[in-house]
Design a protein around this ligand. Sequence first.
Ligand SMILES: NC(=O)c1ccc[n+]([C@@H]2O[C@H](COP(=O)([O-])OP(=O)(O)OC[C@H]3O[C@@H](n4cnc5c(N)ncnc54)[C@H](O)[C@@H]3O)[C@@H](O)[C@H]2O)c1
Length: 398
Amino acid sequence: MIVQPKVRGFICTTAHPLGCAQHVQEHIDYVRAQGPLTKGPKNVLVIGASTGYGLASRVAVSFGGLKAATIGVFFEKPSDKKRSATAGWYNSVAFEEKAHKEGIYAKSINGDAFSQEIKDQVVEMIKKDWGSVDLIIYSLASPRRVDPKTGEINKSVLKPIGQDYTNKSIDMSTHELETVTLHGANEDEINQTVKVMGGEDWTLWIDALDQAGLLAEGAKTVAYSYMGPQITKSIYRGGTIGRAKDHLEQTAKDLDERFKRMGGRAVISVNKALVTQSSSAIPFIPLYFILLKKVMVAKGVEEDCMAQIDRLFRTALYEDPVVVDQEGMVRMDNLELLDDVQQDVQANWDQLTPENLKDFADLVGYRADFLKLFGFGLNGVNYDEDVEIDLPLPSNLS
Ligand SMILES: NC(=O)c1ccc[n+]([C@@H]2O[C@H](COP(=O)([O-])OP(=O)(O)OC[C@H]3O[C@@H](n4cnc5c(N)ncnc54)[C@H](O)[C@@H]3O)[C@@H](O)[C@H]2O)c1
């Protein structure tokens, strides 16, 4: 089948298998070019491993010189033979193929990470294949979670708290500047968002592994958070998702007590704002990304997911002690939050009008970054050629 992008709002409903494989290869090439990592884990569980920060983490530990074994958990759709699979599916197929070719262990479990069933499957796999795990990366971004005990469905919302919020945003279909108002969340919406994106499920994963005796001496766990600047505060850190991140960060502190008793650590890595499938869905945020990227590129400090995670492993997570701020968090967002970066972004934001948008925003670059997430626009891929869309996960075949 010839696969072309079909974009609807902030999502692309098609993905290109060869383009996704090439995107994974670019991640691998990047970590390799930085030279071999000398310290790090051997057996790594990545929860949310198929795209964005989780995929970059999986690549860093396996291809950054450590050849770490990985089990990747994700929620993706394979092809139904008529439509392409999701990008995360193709990324994972490519990741496994490339890992297996180099004799690196890589298995994947596709299903709902919030469920007990998937936790049980992972526990069995680790018991059988590894005996213990020494790094657990928690990188889920999800709009809903079924509570495994009550069956209740919780939905996360991206809303301000306290009062309505109005600001500039970008219409993702027309790429035009618009004004958007979001209504303040009620208590129930805040609580549901915390249930989905807070730390409860991270704790349940650690409990499951701990109860099965699978946490190695000195094991570490890391979850990803976001802080952001003043511009996005009302909708991100001061909004419903911020409450969930507060909960995730408190969970890290609680888990850290447990991990320290085993000679290990549980930490948060606060990462930079980047275009991923999840972050594109947050109101106002894509406009901020677009402005941010242009400023960071001009200052020579721009990083993508892979560069962020490479730096996390190279400079912070496996240092002794782990490099953290006063709050105990690793700060990979330090370059995003540089004063001169934020001053320029704020100044550009304030001046933005529909007429001058193109002066401050690299819209063509943004669209290219967005399409790349779905395997489109990669060098060396012939998009006019027929491709096989129905690809199995190699580890499911063995
Ligand atoms: N993108 C950013 O700008 C940014 C910045 C800082 C921190 N973060 C954080 O990083 C983490 C990952 O975000 P991302 O932007 O890489 O997202 P992403 O959308 O690229 O990846 C999300 C991953 O979660 C998996 N997933 C979602 N629901 C699942 C479920 N029910 N069961 C199993 N897997 C499921 C997906 O398959 C995918 O692998 C989030 O906690 C996010 O808040 C993101």
